[in-house]
Design a protein around this ligand. Structure first.
Ligand code: HEC
Ligand code: HEC
Length: 441
């Protein structure tokens, strides 16, 4: 097997003698794509898992009184069978930061959803127990309560169903079963007491994921400059972000997928809650072959098997197809909400875009020549450099005040990087005609 990069070779050695290499996570390197799920060998990150982040002020439940909170949408997001109470939310918060949910005590939910990084981990793809690397980028938990589906491929319908999966995933928290996580927790007298107080019965898996989901439903994040602008403060965003907002809804075509309207004429969440193939890396993967394998290896509706295929096998690239088996869902992923996106780099389901400028270059060229499943709304955009800067400034204006300083630093860092490194830029295509799309094989 040919290895294009030194970093990749290191990972292969670390993965042991097994013939199956999961991935090297490098754009442009096809050599790593191998078939099959390796049950006994895992890729280990050269940047090991760090200590569990602190449960500090950034982690606290958020106020409902923020400019821009969509009232109807928020009450619709609260399930009847798991009502919010302050004690339950607090129990969920403690659990979210507790390594004891993992097999060896080292990984908490917060390890990959760090409040200091808007509940992401700053890595292209996440690193879990034993510093094992997964295939997907960690999305924010802020405003996840509004998601119609959880995960990039939507394989979990609720926050409760979602929370159970990382606990038993072998590259995340590594427990053999949810009950064994419960056993760890129930060994602690304080937890026994708190579960009994909140749920009126001994700790169990159902209540554990309910408490965590309740905590997540307290993580509303609005009050951004754009929310203030929508609310009537015309000075809340600068002229560049205003041009960006116009482009977002016109030439940039972003509103086709990143806008959900509640009762107002302004989007409240910046996602349509559906799945699209926007051409991220698709050409480099042998999608058809992987799809055939998925048919054989992963039973439809087997959530744990789908979870493992998505997180630790090359089948990850199949996206929504892994869940539905519909050809139209091939390599399609959920449109993520764009709130706080300035502080959640790197981007896309595989972390393959380092900056928002790279994301913009991707859209500008209408990536996906040779991609038969590309969404009809992806096409060359003919955006000039100033337009791209305006769209990035618009996205920066979607930051909650608690991340204002971080966002300012990150905007400066990414801008600086974008002046020297533009791996995704292709001006000829950006200003050329829409390529003829091939038919699916
Ligand atoms: C090892 C890192 C890691 C750990 C530990 C982890 N997650 Fe995640 N989380 C991820 C990644 C990566 C994804 C995206 C996976 C995918 O979409 O296939 C994700 C997705 C999610 C999502 C879906 C968000 C969305 O927009 O779709 C939620 C909610 C979430 N995690 C909450 C949790 C909770 C709760 C825990 C603890 C029980 C947890 N995570 C533990 C890495 C991790
Ligand atoms: C056809 C639907 C569609 C259109 C049009 C679209 N997006 Fe997206 N966007 C998506 C999907 C789907 C993803 C996730 C894709 C993936 O990770 O493979 C995404 C991802 C992103 C991300 C990465 C977010 C993250 O957390 O990783 C950003 C930023 C983004 N889009 C901004 C924009 C902007 C700005 C525009 C307009 C120039 C735009 N999008 C147009 C569907 C779309």
């Amino acid at each position: 097997m040919q290895l294009a990069r030194q970093a990749c070779a290191t990972l292969v050695v670390a993965a042991g003698s097994s013939a199956i290499i999961l991935a090297c996570g490098q754009r442009g390197d096809e050599s790593h794509v191998k078939s099959g799920v390796a049950a006994d060998s895992f890729q280990v990150s050269p940047q090991p898992l760090g200590p569990i982040p602190p449960d500090d002020s950034l982690a606290r439940p958020k106020s409902l009184h923020q400019i821009g909170v969509p009232i109807a949408l928020t009450s619709a997001a609260m399930p009847r069978d798991n009502p919010q109470t302050p004690e339950k939310i607090a129990l969920g918060e403690t659990l979210f930061f507790d390594g004891r949910l993992s097999a060896n005590g080292t990984v908490a939910c917060a390890s990959c959803h760090d409040p200091r990084l808007a509940f992401t981990d700053g890595r292209p793809t996440s690193v879990g127990i034993g510093s094992r690397v997964g295939q997907r980028n960690s999305p924010t938990v802020l405003n996840a309560l509004y998601n119609k589906f959880q995960f990039w491929d939507g394989r979990a319908p609720t926050l409760e169903a979602q929370a159970a999966l990382p606990i038993v995933n072998p590259v995340e928290m590594g427990q053999p079963t949810l009950d064994s996580a419960v056993a760890h927790v129930a060994a602690v007298p304080e937890y026994r007491e708190r579960f009994r107080r909140v749920f009126g019965r001994p700790a169990n898996g159902v209540d554990l994921v309910r408490a965590i989901a309740s905590y997540e439903r307290s993580q509303l994040s609005f009050d951004s400059p754009l929310d203030h602008f929508f609310a009537g403060d015309s000075n809340a965003i600068d002229a560049s972000a205003k041009r960006g907002w116009k482009l977002f809804n016109t030439q940039g075509r972003c509103n086709k997928c990143h806008a959900f309207f509640d009762t107002t004429s302004r989007p409240s969440t910046f996602t349509d809650d559906t799945f699209h193939n926007i051409g991220v890396l698709i050409v480099r993967h042998r999608v058809v072959e992987l799809a055939r394998q998925a048919e054989q290896l992963v039973k439809r509706g087997d959530t744990v098997a789908i979870d493992q295929a998505a997180i630790l096998s090359p089948m990850s690239v199949l996206g929504r197809f892994l869940v539905t088996r519909k050809e139209s869902d091939m390599a399609s992923f959920k449109s993520p909400d764009l709130r706080n996106v300035m502080v959640t780099a790197p981007y896309f389901h595989d972390g393959s875009a380092a900056t928002l400028w790279d994301v913009m270059d991707h859209y500008n060229k209408g990536d996906g020549v040779h991609n038969p499943w590309l969404d009809v709304d992806i096409q060359p955009l003919a955006l000039h450099e100033r337009d791209i800067d305006d769209l990035v400034n618009l996205m920066a204006a979607l930051t909650n005040p608690s991340y204002r300083d971080l966002a300012a630093r990150e905007l400066a860092r990414q801008r600086q990087l974008s002046r020297t490194s533009r791996p995704q830029r292709d001006s000829a295509r950006a200003f050329g005609p829409k390529p003829v799309q091939p038919k699916p094989p």
